[in-house]
Ligand binder design. Structure first.
Ligand SMILES: [Zn+2]
Length: 276
């Protein structure tokens, strides 16, 4: 117990795509450096509601954020607020939605693209927006840039909890569907970049968890209740998680699991046990 924890959210990565196209991650599973489970995402299978689920341990019907268009500062105890109260530090490389949810102010890209403030709700952050994304130029920023930024935060500040969130699989899935070659190839690009990040994090005392908020369907959409939307991978580079291989994990367990890995008690609102 007591390692630092990095959570990687690969936005929109289907469970089956992770298993067939993420050769680095699956090589780690085959070599017993990591384990993989199928996790069931909550409903609706929409990003902001599930970012909130992942960090509060509450399903959207309980935390109340049911649409990306309704995003607001989280009113619930969450991984970031619990760590802050315990005097621990956090870091984010991810979409600006995470600032809106957990950083205590409205997001302004010129004010918040880079945050280094030990007193802030999230101590160290590098945010991106989706401004300018389109089908002709769908994959910026580079996965290697994001992984390198995450590594720089870990190397320079060693936050106790580090979140890396990448949007490119979701973006390509919307453009080319969850069954298109462009979507699957992007999953391999993400996997390839993670092959450079995860060993560095492991060598620096991080346990690493890799998951998705939701999957992607054949229409290039997500929100509903199909296996390709609700089944996401949960991959752990950690000796702390010992649940059986064939267990179907509940997405609400991620928050209490991260806190348990950091030796922090879960708040009573997280009324689902950790997946340990
Ligand atoms: Zn999406």
């Amino acid at each position: 117990m007591g390692n630092k924890v990095c959570l990687v959210i690969v936005d929109g990565l289907r469970n089956d795509t992770a298993r067939t196209d993420c050769g680095y991650l699956m090589s780690a599973v085959e070599a017993k450096q990591a384990r993989i489970w199928t996790m069931q995402a909550c409903l609706p299978t929409i990003s902001a509601p599930l970012y909130e689920t992942i960090h509060t341990g509450l399903k959207p019907a309980d935390h109340g954020l049911l649409s990306n268009e309704a995003i607001r500062p989280s009113p619930h105890p969450n991984v970031f607020s619990v760590l802050k109260a315990a005097g621990k530090t956090t870091g984010v490389v991810g979409h600006s939605f995470f600032h809106t949810l957990y950083a205590g102010s409205d997001f302004n890209v010129f004010d918040h693209v880079e945050v280094n403030d030990p007193n802030a709700p999230i101590s160290h952050a590098r945010y991106y927006t989706m401004t300018g994304y389109n089908q002709a130029n769908p994959t910026m920023p580079s996965e290697f840039d994001l992984c390198a930024q995450a590594w720089a935060l870990a190397r320079d500040y060693a936050p106790d909890y580090l979140l890396l969130h990448t949007s490119s699989c979701d973006t390509l899935g919307h453009f080319y569907t969850g069954e298109g070659r462009e979507y699957r190839i992007q999953a391999t690009h993400v996997d390839n970049a993670l092959s450079q990040l995860i060993p560095r994090l492991r060598s620096s005392g991080y346990d690493v968890l890799v998951t998705a908020d939701h999957g992607m369907n054949a229409d290039g959409q997500h929100a509903g209740d199909e296996p390709c939307l609700r089944e996401v991978p949960f991959i752990a580079f950690s000796d702390q998680i010992r649940v059986k291989n064939d267990a179907l994990l509940d997405q609400r367990t991620i928050a209490p699991t991260i806190l348990a890995m950091l030796d922090l008690p879960a708040p009573t609102t997280m009324n689902i046990p950790a997946s340990l």
